[in-house]
Ligand binder design. Structure first.
Ligand SMILES: NC(=O)c1ccc[n+]([C@@H]2O[C@H](COP(=O)([O-])OP(=O)(O)OC[C@H]3O[C@@H](n4cnc5c(N)ncnc54)[C@H](OP(=O)(O)O)[C@@H]3O)[C@@H](O)[C@H]2O)c1
Length: 278
């Protein structure tokens, strides 16, 4: 597994991490697949995908509990990233949410604590003060945001007195290239912010898509002895600040996704994909 650097820190992160939306339930808690999910996440850790991304919202908190079981006994090898929901962005609510996540995750510190979505109704200064307090108290290691525009990230950064925002988690895949259009990718490159690409497999559409762009993807994948998914993820990983967090509920899927790292598309293949999905 190849690694990149988290923001401008000295923290090394795997280029392919583990997403968890749907693990532990969707909007509600669902424990019916816990054993399979724990086993799958553990297998991902074995393969070097030692960043797990969850959120207080996923499975109404149960996703974090599943993650706790997956990392039990190997906490030191894993970077745990979770998120606070926008309705909890008041100062006291941020602190409460973080404490609840720590309990569900059964850890002493969250490695990366992210604001899940912007909330224009609560002054960002209040939210960021609380985030800094969590770092100061040792409950959070690094601060990230998610779904923030260039301006929103700059405002959030300006509201911090000591800490740096190390990451912005946004949707980015061959089928959604908005970070290239709205300036988020450029900002990440310029300001040393890790772009954590969510839904990097376009929620599975990379596998099921038909038509010319997908034929090109298929051909390039075959030329490189890789699958469509590995090729689509590798295309994202070529960009310096980008890491990907595909979600997989099956062992075979995790294994395939881990294989997106450790090789490089050549320039010609990359440009061909680029043009086809433009
Ligand atoms: N910050 C945000 O607002 C936000 C929003 C959305 C997502 N996220 C994060 O990003 C993560 C990933 O995004 P996502 O879950 O939306 O979409 P995704 O990772 O692009 O796609 C997940 C889908 O692809 C399938 N899949 C995964 N690997 C596969 C493989 N090798 N072969 C065939 N199918 C495969 C999965 O099926 P199986 O489950 O059957 O393996 C699942 O249906 C989430 O889990 C979450 O952690 C964050």
């Amino acid at each position: 597994m190849e690694h990149k650097t988290l923001g401008r820190t000295n923290v090394r992160i795997p280029s392919v991490g583990l997403g968890t939306w749907g693990i532990g339930g969707g909007m509600r808690s669902d424990n019916s697949h816990d054993n399979r999910h724990i086993e799958t996440l553990r297998y991902g850790l074995d393969l070097g995908m030692h960043l797990i991304d969850t959120a207080e919202m996923y499975g109404a908190g149960h996703s974090e509990e599943v993650v706790a079981n997956a990392i039990a006994g190997r906490r030191d090898q894993v970077l745990v990233a979770t998120k606070v929901s926008p309705q909890h962005f008041e100062y006291d609510d941020v602190l409460k949410s973080a404490r609840r996540s720590l309990v569900r995750l059964r850890v002493d510190q969250i490695d990366l604590y992210q604001l899940h979505w912007p909330n224009e109704r609560i002054p960002i200064s209040k939210t960021m003060q609380a985030m800094e307090k969590l770092v100061h108290d040792g409950l959070v290691k690094k601060i990230g945001v998610s779904n923030f525009s260039v301006t929103q990230l700059n405002e959030a950064q300006a509201a911090l007195s000591r800490e740096q925002i190390v990451s912005n988690q946004v949707e980015y895949s061959l089928l959604d290239r908005s970070p290239e259009e709205n300036g988020v990718l450029k900002q990440s490159e310029k300001d040393g912010i890790t772009l954590i690409a969510y839904s990097p497999l376009a929620q599975g559409r990379v596998f099921s898509g038909r038509g010319r762009p997908f034929e090109v993807l298929e051909n390039v994948a075959a030329r490189n002895g890789k699958t469509r998914g590995q090729t689509a993820l590798n295309w994202l990983l070529q960009k310096e600040p980008v890491i990907v967090i595909p979600k997989a509920g099956l062992r075979s899927h995790v294994e395939e996704n881990a294989g997106a790292s450790g090789w490089r598309l050549n320039q010609q293949d990359s440009q061909e994909i680029n043009r086809s999905f433009d």
